[in-house]
Design a protein around this ligand. Structure first.
Ligand code: GLA
Length: 389
């Protein structure tokens, strides 16, 4: 990458940020309702090489996307352009709400895996936030990076998501599980129990890619909030604005009392929330006690609830999930991300890599031969969060 950087900008890059992708074994689709989540960062992600510019100009090139992105950091942030530059503009937007920015960057960015469910958008946003902060001598704690990148994604990019992706990417540590309460924003980094067998984080790309802003993501968020509103109305609780309404604020007992009255669609969204809360608690204990079999089983159950209650996942992702359940050497797995894009993740036995690859590939491509060129499996390991290298 340095050679390309030098060719493009005439000098070697002084700084290099690695911002990893993330997976969430359980605690899916609940961060926007202030639920409990778990996650890992892993050893594939986004690399950003950059130098600081004194005049405030930002010039970005990508090895993944076409086109040049050029803007001034000192000027007001322009509206979204619909291209990859929006993520850098989003980072500028969110930082500018808090700090004065004077210096820009010349940067070259590259992602190491295809796009689809691994939170590449949060990974690039975090890389830009860290780079612009560095260029302007702004010291940020990892949690401030999480908040700023998340604000950029919600307010600028327009996805009503929670803190899961940014937290996994910025806070994770190798060989440890991140456990975050997205309501209190308290988190723990829980080291792997020495009794737990080694595992791979395996990424299985269906071959299908979609953008979250155009998916049903925001609709599901609204459905969860409507479920909360229903429960509050049935039990005479005062209503708040929908944007301040979260399932986390409604006790499970209220759900048990009202679930039969609610339109089933809303009840299913709430069912996912409350059952996921329980699974995360159990999953954290399984992790702490080194019980990888139980941890994996809960991860499968989480995916089952995503399919039945949250009703997401394309045909392709559901097919991979079903194949995974029948594959020897897989402890557990689920769709990654919102389940509207292309990848499933699994915790797998490193001794069985080749059998796993062969079995899933054969079964999946028999059902979906059209993805022969784009279907991919990668065996990865947990990693530390975003950092300067
Ligand atoms: C996407 C969102 C996250 C989270 C997950 C589902 O990755 O960006 O905030 O809601 O989906 O768990």
């Amino acid at each position: 990458m340095q050679t390309t950087f030098k060719k493009l900008f005439g000098a070697e890059a002084q700084y290099h940020i690695f911002s990893p992708y993330r997976v969430c074994p359980m605690g899916a689709h609940v961060d926007h309702q202030h639920g409990l989540v778990t996650g890992f960062a892993f050893d594939k992600g986004v690399d950003l090489l950059f130098n600081v510019t004194e005049d405030g100009s930002v010039s970005l090139r990508s090895l993944t996307f076409e086109g040049d992105i050029d803007f001034e950091i000192t000027r007001p942030t322009q509206v979204k352009d619909g291209n990859w530059g929006d993520y850098a503009r989003g980072a500028k937007y969110a930082l500018k709400k808090r700090f004065q920015l004077k210096r820009g960057i010349k940067g070259l960015i590259k992602g190491s895996l295809p796009i689809g469910g691994l939170s590449s958008s949060a990974a690039v946003l975090i890389a830009y936030v860290m780079a612009f902060a560095k260029a302007n001598d702004i010291q940020l704690t990892p949690f401030e990076v999480v908040k700023i990148a998340s604000e950029a994604e919600r307010e600028y990019i327009g996805l009503n998501n929670g803190l899961l992706d940014q937290a996994c990417i910025a806070l994770s540590e190798k060989d440890a599980l991140l456990f975050l309460d997205t309501d209190s924003e308290q988190y723990r980094i829980i080291r792997r129990n020495p009794r737990m067998p080694d595992f791979d984080l395996t990424i299985i790309f269906s071959g299908l890619t979609r953008s979250l802003v155009n998916s049903d993501y925001n609709l599901r968020v609204a459905e969860c909030k409507t479920a909360a509103w229903n429960m509050m109305a049935y039990t005479g609780m005062p209503l708040k604005n929908l944007d301040k309404t979260f399932l986390r604020d409604i006790p499970k007992e209220t759900y048990d009392l009202t679930k039969e009255k609610m339109p089933p669609r809303f009840a299913r969204r709430a069912e996912h929330f409350y059952s996921e809360y329980k699974r995360v608690r159990k999953g954290v204990t399984a992790w702490e006690t080194g019980n990888l079999d139980l941890f994996g089983k809960l991860c499968f159950e989480s995916c089952e609830s995503s399919i039945k209650n949250y009703e997401c996942g394309s045909e392709e992702l559901i097919a991979i999930y079903n194949i995974m359940r029948q594959t020897d050497g897989i402890y557990g797995g689920r769709f990654s991300g919102a389940g509207f894009k292309g990848a499933c993740i699994a915790l797998t036995d490193p001794a069985k890599r080749e059998e796993i690859r062969q079995h899933i590939t054969e079964e999946y491509l028999r059902m979906f031969p059209e993805y022969t060129e784009t279907f991919e499996i990668h065996f990865c390991k947990t990693d530390n969060g975003a950092r300067f290298v």
